[in-house]
Write a protein that binds this ligand. Structure first.
Ligand code: HEM
Length: 187
């Protein structure tokens, strides 16, 4: 197997641990599926067929939020590998800003969905179970939260595109091993 690690980079602290890799790829997959599902259910929103899609979307959304919280907790306890010190300062800053933006979106997006669902007529559900009502239905408030929810999806899409472009730059232009350390089985 090729070792893409540059010689100057120390081995200790260069790789992500298995849990960090698993949480990264599971949450990435679920976010893509949730975005597709969300847009699809908006297409069929006013048909009887939409109900099960809403139930799955709300339920998986709660799981995604739990995963993001777990990921943040894990990250706070396990050192994150550094980026190569030869990277220009503006690129390090941009990478950090995008990461902070991604974490904020991954947190606030499901929270806005939950807030909207809490104030909607159908309320919060987790697969077959209706969760306790935390607030009286309020159509206007629910719509405001759903507008924030829908807008944050576009911000998330934008940040993910920049994040992927950066990863591909590391893989094909810089060839500095940063891309490979997020690929399971490449360490
Ligand atoms: C975790 C990541 C999530 C993603 C990526 C996501 C994505 C989306 C998308 C793309 C839409 C369509 C927005 C539009 O085009 O206007 C949507 C709508 C919706 N989402 Fe989410 N969602 C997530 C979490 C949640 C959670 C946790 C809940 C509630 C428990 C939720 C409840 C809803 C509801 C009820 C709608 C319909 C809004 C409306 O009727 O206008 N979502 N979501």
């Amino acid at each position: 197997m090729n070792d893409f690690r540059p010689q100057a980079v120390p081995t200790i602290g260069w790789h992500y641990d298995r849990m960090a890799l698993a949480l990264h790829w599971i949450s990435a997959l679920l976010l893509v599926l949730m975005t597709g599902l969300g847009w699809y259910m908006m297409e069929i929103e006013h048909t009887p067929a939409a109900k099960p899609y809403f139930i799955v979307h709300k339920s998986v959304g709660l799981i995604v939020l739990a995963l993001v919280l777990w990921r943040l907790w894990w990250r706070s306890r396990h050192p994150v590998p550094q980026l190569p010190s030869k990277m220009p300062a503006w690129q390090l800053r941009a990478a950090q800003l995008v990461q902070v933006g991604l974490y904020l979106c991954m947190l606030v997006l499901p929270l806005a969905g939950i807030a909207g669902a809490i104030h909607s007529k159908s309320g919060l559900v987790f697969f077959g179970y209706s969760l306790p009502r935390l607030a009286a239905p309020n159509h206007d408030l629910a719509e405001t939260y759903f507008d924030i929810h829908g807008a944050l999806v576009w911000l998330l899409v934008l940040l993910v595109c920049v994040h992927i472009a950066g990863a591909l730059k590391h893989r094909f232009i810089d060839r500095d091993g940063v891309f490979e350390r997020m690929v399971p089985g490449r360490d």
